[in-house]
Design a protein around this ligand. Structure first.
Ligand SMILES: *[C@@H]1O[C@H](CO)[C@@H](O)[C@H](O)[C@H]1NC(C)=O
Ligand SMILES: *[C@@H]1O[C@H](CO)[C@@H](O)[C@H](O)[C@H]1NC(C)=O
Ligand SMILES: [Mg+2]
Length: 263
């Protein structure tokens, strides 16, 4: 167990220091609070749940509308999120996204855009979730919003690399988030702190969408973008609700997220 902890610490610090702007990011990904139990192969001690299979079901959108990570998978999800696999899975997504973007015949008229979700896509809330049971405890809006208001969420390293490459290809970025207007200012400052320095629009959720699903809200905002002449050449998010619905973009990319589900 000791060597596992050491490995996790090394991985966590490698993740924290292996990209350029870590010095400006005061929060590092915390090492997992280890409990005794199953190893990282996903086998759960509880009959009937293999946590790796659960995660695959979540990513494939076979398991939907779930409220929390199964209790017996907390340690598995923690290991996944803090370990190399999450980073590598994310890299596999952003690599495909870049190869696709590079193949496009772009107009360079400023109208080609790529839609980025924010939470668990551009910015990581892992420092928060590492202290709150990796999604295995019910969502607490009060404490989560307290964390958001501090504005120090680190960038997802692979997403930030993609962001920079897309900009250099001449694709503009639109951030489209379920965060409310009251958090727009802190979100902009957090994006800047994390190394996202430019965007065409930062769209936050208007109160008129309060009773709507994320699919409805994001579809409506993307429709507005297309109506005003933008071409959504790509769209990336960690939730299926980021990439389902209408006006989804010419291609969509789904980043891993076994922490929570938003419909
Ligand atoms: C790229 O688009 C331009 C403008 O629409 C067109 O003239 C050109 O033939 C296209 N190139 C390729 C390789 O499709
Ligand atoms: C939610 O978080 C707030 C702020 O940290 C805390 O005071 C409250 O007790 C939490 N609620 C639950 C149900 O844990
Ligand atoms: Mg998200």
């Amino acid at each position: 167990m000791k060597s596992l902890l050491l490995t996790l610490l090394l991985v966590a610090s490698a993740v924290a220091t292996s990209h350029g702007t870590s010095r400006s990011e005061p929060y590092l990904i915390h090492p997992l609070r280890l409990k005794s139990g199953s190893g990282s192969n996903g086998a759960s001690l509880i009959k009937g749940i293999n946590c790796a299979s659960w995660r695959l079901g979540v990513e494939a959108h076979n398991i939907i509308d779930w409220k929390t990570v199964p209790q017996e998978c907390e340690e598995y999800v923690g290991n996944y999120m803090l370990g190399l696999q999450y980073r590598q899975d994310s890299q596999a997504v952003t690599r495909e996204a870049y190869l696709y973007a590079k193949s496009l015949n772009l107009s360079r008229d400023g109208k080609d855009i790529w839609v980025f979700d924010i939470d668990e896509t551009s910015l990581s809330n892992l420092p928060y979730y590492a202290k709150h049971g990796f999604g295995a405890v019910p969502y607490n809006a009060t404490s989560f919003n307290e964390w958001v208001e501090v504005g120090v969420a680190p960038a997802l390293p692979e997403s930030k690399k993609l962001y920079k490459k897309l900009l250099s290809l001449g694709i503009n970025v639109v951030f489209l988030t379920g965060r409310p207007l009251s958090q727009k200012h802190i979100t902009a400052s957090n994006l800047n702190l994390a190394g996202y320095h430019t965007w065409t629009k930062l769209i936050v959720k208007d109160v008129s969408f309060t009773d709507k699903t994320a699919v409805e809200y994001k579809s409506a905002e993307r429709r507005k973008l297309e109506k005003s002449g933008y071409r959504i050449v790509g769209n990336i998010g960690d939730q299926w609700s980021d990439i389902l619905g209408t006006n989804t973009g010419h291609r969509t990319f789904k980043l891993p997220d076994p922490l929570y589900y938003i419909s």
